[in-house]
Design a protein around this ligand. Structure first.
Ligand SMILES: Nc1ncnc2c1ncn2[C@@H]1O[C@H](COP(=O)(O)OP(=O)(O)OP(=O)(O)O)[C@@H](O)[C@H]1O
Ligand SMILES: [Mg+2]
Length: 358
């Protein structure tokens, strides 16, 4: 079963969905992130080297204690669930204890529930162990993590632990030293695109290329966000175009921001300020505007490398001040003024005495 191709698995799920829809049950829609959550390790997109290692563990058994860390929405929880399924098959229900941030996970739970589960006898195939999945482990208190140290050792012949977290440094060092640490990186644009296209075909979504590009631009490598925004756009507008996506995402349209940046590097401060005020007037916050400015600047090819770096520096400082709380229009205007100055030829900086020679 583990050798099943991703297309076959996707096809089967689609068939299952169609079956439930025609069998008379109400056709209420599952969130697509859940409907298309990979079931097998083969279906997981990206981080291929790490996923390959997991596949080998899934086949051979003897899973080490694991920590998977990385940004939100890139497949950490999914990978652990797929691995547990690959290892335990039919015994999954009995042999897996899954605790996430919504469960109580203080010291008492470690002492009672986790220890109790570790002591429980379950008949498993040779080379397989029970698995405790601690999702969002970075939100566990240090005390609860400390309490796990000895438990992990004492029961390691029968129970293995898998942690998923956004920041591995929030896991205390002694636990890190007991685990193999796998880092997931954010997904590339082409990886997100491939998955979105698969879902578009399965759900018969009408879309334009720009629409998908807009989804990818706003998701920044977060597959969950890309799929959620796809579904929201389809639910709200029926057609996935760039305009519709940006309405759903509710962030400034990159084309408008691009015009603003262009006005800056061609020295047209009035135009730039006008564009800024337009965006501000639409109700976007300073943080929305500045973060889109950063992302747009990164992708402009007409800007020289030197200017681009200078732009990013100035935008970065403004971003920092906004995060510190100074999120005013004045802050953004100051940033625009500095950006416009970067590409101005030196002869335009006329010393004050000479220009006001009356
Ligand atoms: N690599 C991937 N391949 C395919 N689908 C993915 C991938 N990553 C995320 N998804 C989609 O996004 C959803 C959320 O993924 P998952 O729960 O694994 O994220 P996560 O990395 O655990 O995020 P968080 O840190 O927020 O818990 C999945 O249900 C799936 O639909
Ligand atoms: Mg998760």
């Amino acid at each position: 079963m583990s050798g099943e191709s991703s297309k076959a698995a996707l096809g089967r799920r689609i068939a299952a969905t169609v079956a439930t829809n025609t069998s008379g049950t109400p056709a209420y829609e599952l969130p697509w992130v859940e409907k298309y959550r990979p079931v097998f390790l083969e279906d997981i997109v990206g981080n291929s080297e790490t996923v390959e290692r997991l596949k080998i563990i899934g086949k051979d058994g003897n899973m080490p204690h694991l920590i998977i860390s990385g940004m939100p929405g890139i497949g950490k929880t999914t990978s652990i669930l797929c691995l547990a399924r690959a290892l335990l098959g039919d015994t999954y229900k009995e042999a897996v204890l899954e605790l996430n941030a919504s469960d109580e996970r203080g010291i008492d739970v470690v002492r009672n529930r986790i220890k109790g589960f570790a002591q429980k006898k379950v008949t498993l195939p040779l080379g397989r162990q029970k698995i405790v999945i601690l999702d969002e482990a970075d939100s566990m208190t240090a005390g609860a993590q400390q309490a796990l140290r000895r438990t992990m050792e004492i029961y390691s012949s029968t129970t293995r632990f898998a942690f998923a977290c956004n920041q591995s440094n929030k896991i205390i060092e002694p636990l890190q030293s007991r685990c193999a640490i796998l880092r997931y990186s954010r997904l590339t644009d082409s990886q997100v695109l491939r998955r979105l296209l698969e879902i578009c075909v399965a759900e018969k979504v009408e879309h334009s290329e720009e629409g998908l590009a807009a989804l990818i631009f706003s998701a920044e490598g977060d597959m969950r966000q890309a799929i959620n925004n796809l579904q929201s756009t389809v639910a709200g507008f029926g057609f996935v175009s760039a305009d519709n996506v940006f309405k759903v995402v509710d962030s400034p349209h990159p084309i408008a921001v691009q015009a603003l940046i262009k006005a800056c590097y061609t020295g047209k401060i009035d135009v730039a300020l006008e564009k800024l005020e337009e965006l501000w007037g639409k109700g976007y916050s300073a943080i929305d505007i500045i973060s889109t400015m950063f992302r747009v600047t990164k992708t402009i090819d007409t800007l020289s490398e030197h200017s681009k770096l200078e732009f990013i520096k100035v935008i970065g400082f403004a971003h920092m001040r906004i995060l510190e709380g100074v999120s005013t229009l004045l802050q953004l205007r100051g940033c625009i003024a500095k950006l416009t100055k970067i590409n101005m030829p030196p002869e335009l900086f006329v010393p004050k005495e000479e220009s006001t020679d009356e």
